[in-house]
Ligand binder design. Sequence first.
Ligand SMILES: [Zn+2]
Length: 66
Amino acid sequence: MLIYYCSQHERLLDRQRSAWIDFSLEKMKKIKDLYAFFFPSANPKFSDYRIIETRCDECAQIGRQT
Ligand SMILES: [Zn+2]
């Protein structure tokens, strides 16, 4: 599972709705902790969980302004 996240603006991509939502770094850390707790890396079924650092809609807006 791939998770697309912009840590600069703390925005998470909701791929089902193709929408960006506010999601704090603190929440991301909690989810990582939860995930590590429930699905330790020893379980190969869930080892493809990755967070992809990417540009969000706000990054794109800044790009257009300059
Ligand atoms: Zn951004």
